[in-house]
Design a protein around this ligand. Structure first.
Ligand SMILES: [Zn+2]
Length: 349
């Protein structure tokens, strides 16, 4: 199976948070995908929301310091799904399983460039070492896996015991906010009609029977927003090591979904209860903190060029109908005008 098809299947995969994980049900997926993603006959899948994986990587130009052999040797048991034992960088468009050295290099990069992110990821390292996405190396620096690791770590803090153990939203600065209770919130997918049918809508804003995810519960939608914000922040910090991609599209997509949800809740129909819940003091403060954090990180990313996937959502965030969001935030939401535009695209003063 080609890497592009494999990546497409990963992108098309549901965000699964309950026991009916892809590893157990495998509905709609070939046995090859299930085996590669979940391990052969073994459920290695995290029972958490899952990040959309970006497109195939280009090889990274920036070299990284060699690490000591004994550090690499500390890696745990090798995966049964390993398909190629090599330490050479993967060719673009190929699937190559990560070696222990790949992973140590990636973590060393994170430790040096983004210590707060490293501390967060380190807590969940044992889990990641068995996750299938951590086994795929499309490039020598394993850059994408660092971002995915950070995204998944955020869910790890939110869902320490799986779906039943929701606790906190970890902020980038280290503080944690109490997870919202879902009582009174209508399912977010009901606010999704106006969005294009893309990967982000499919993963995070589309109703899927028997799946508990951000399309079903507003507190999980905030969790995904936070996870993408952490990922984009790391991408900003690590940008000098890989300019070929960015994670802004996911962050602005989740911001747009939150805006759409709050707008619908503010329309005053059957969703009145949700509007009340959004405006309870503690809930409001949590939403403000997560949304403002996302605004700050997206703003910091705007100096980097757009990959095109963020365009629709950036325009949506600048559209009107933001009165309800403005009420919940206590100020006007940011419109990221010309975010990621090339210099020649920017308007002259
Ligand atoms: Zn996620």
């Amino acid at each position: 199976m080609s890497f592009s098809l494999f990546a497409l299947l990963l992108l098309a995969s549901p965000s699964i948070t309950n026991a009916n994980s892809i590893c157990e049900s495998s509905s709609g997926f070939s046995q090859e995908i299930v085996a590669r993603w979940c391990g052969k006959g073994k459920n290695l899948n995290s029972a958490r929301p899952r990040a959309a994986k970006p497109k195939a990587a280009k090889p990274l130009p920036a070299p990284i310091e060699e690490i000591q052999e004994d550090e690499a040797a500390q890696e745990g048991p090798r995966s049964a799904t390993r398909i190629q034992e090599t330490d050479r960088p993967g060719e673009p468009g190929t699937v190559r399983n990560c070696t222990p050295r790949d992973k140590e290099r990636a973590l060393d990069l994170l430790r040096r460039e983004h210590p707060e992110g490293y501390r967060l990821v380190k807590k969940d390292l044992k889990q990641f070492r068995e996750d299938a996405w951590w086994q795929d190396c499309a490039n020598s620096e394993n850059f994408d896996n660092l971002i995915v690791a950070l995204h998944e770590t955020v869910h790890g803090v939110s869902f320490p015991e799986g779906e039943s153990g929701r606790e906190n939203y970890p902020l980038i600065e280290g503080k944690q906010l109490k997870y919202l209770d879902n009582v009174g919130f209508f399912p977010p997918h009901r606010a999704g009609a106006e969005f294009p049918n893309d990967t982000f809508k499919d993963l995070y804003f589309t109703n899927k029977p028997d799946v508990t995810n951000s399309a079903q519960e507003f507190p999980i939608l905030l969790d995904e927003l936070n996870a993408y914000t952490h990922g984009l922040h790391a991408a900003n910090v690590l940008h000098k090591h890989d300019k070929s991609r960015q994670w802004r599209a996911g962050a602005v997509a989740l911001m747009s979904f939150v805006k759409a949800y709050i707008t619908k809740a503010g329309q005053g129909d059957a969703s009145d209860m949700a509007w009340q819940r959004l405006n309870e003091q503690q809930n409001r403060r949590t939403i403000q903190a997560l949304y403002f954090q996302a605004e700050n990180v997206v703003t910091a990313s705007c100096r980097f060029p757009s990959d095109g996937q963020d365009r629709w959502y950036l325009a949506y965030l600048c559209k009107d109908k933001g009165a309800s969001l403005e009420r919940v935030l206590g100020r006007k939401p940011v419109c990221f005008a010309e975010c990621g535009a090339k210099p020649r695209e920017r308007r002259r003063p």
